[in-house]
Design a protein around this ligand. Structure first.
Ligand SMILES: Cc1cc2nc3c(=O)[nH]c(=O)nc-3n(C[C@H](O)[C@H](O)[C@H](O)COP(=O)(O)OP(=O)(O)OC[C@H]3O[C@@H](n4cnc5c(N)ncnc54)[C@H](O)[C@@H]3O)c2cc1C
Length: 184
């Protein structure tokens, strides 16, 4: 089991948390619940014809917590690299160590910038798995795609990064596929 710290409780961070916790990893989501979703009403999220953004958030948080992720309603004030991984410090004054760090801060990616990650015109630079130039650090969602931000794109990015992390942990390609119960 690996420990993963996720900063950001919007669709990007919660989607990453869902896949990681569902697959048995130790996941902590840090969030201040200032997501733009509280200003949105969804008609363009596939499979969700008509839903308020705040209601979406409540459903998503319950789903993620149901798979065992811890969601902490606290601001992260600092992130740093250590010999063993990453250190996350909160405004409450406590510090957590993690092997992977997923930053989904939304429109103001201050923690990503504090790590010295490259900023492009459209957000923090990343590869197609949302991995950054620092091994083990992922930046995704609005933070990585400032001018073309949609809820389902952030959720997809969270899933992409999570599957990459799971594949790295297992040392082989992972696909989180479930099948319906069989009729007896
Ligand atoms: C008015 C409006 C209407 C919109 N309507 C739609 C729509 O109809 N359909 C659609 O698809 N999209 C819509 N969007 C866009 C959608 O809300 C975003 O694409 C989506 O919220 C991005 O998700 P995210 O997870 O990348 O970032 P965010 O949702 O911004 O989440 C980032 C989270 O990180 C937290 N955070 C940041 N820094 C820290 C820190 N240091 N410590 C702890 N927590 C931290 C914030 O509190 C926030 O909750 C709308 C946006 C707005 C503003």
């Amino acid at each position: 089991m690996a420990s993963i710290a996720i900063v950001g409780d919007g669709p990007g961070g919660l989607s990453a948390a869902l896949f990681l916790a569902k697959n048995g990893q130790e996941v902590t989501v840090y969030g201040t619940d200032e997501t733009a979703m509280h200003h949105a009403h969804l008609h363009n999220y596939l499979g969700v014809p008509d839903l308020g953004g705040s209601e979406f958030q409540a459903i998503a948080k319950a789903q993620v917590a149901g798979f065992g992720a811890e969601i902490r309603a606290v601001r992260v004030t600092g992130v740093g690299t250590t010999e063993d991984g990453f250190e996350v410090t909160t405004e409450a004054g406590d510090t957590q160590m993690a092997q992977y760090l997923v930053l989904t801060e939304g429109k103001s990616p201050e923690l990503a910038l504090s790590l010295g990650l490259e900023e492009t015109e459209d957000g923090i630079a990343h590869d197609r798995e949302f991995h950054t130039s620092i091994d083990g650090v992922y930046v995704l969602g609005r933070a990585a795609r400032r001018k073309r931000s949609q809820a389902i794109i952030s959720a997809g990015a969270g899933a992409t990064a999570a599957v990459d992390i799971l594949s790295r942990i297992e040392g082989k390609h992972i696909q989180d596929w479930d099948t319906p119960p069989r009729d007896e």
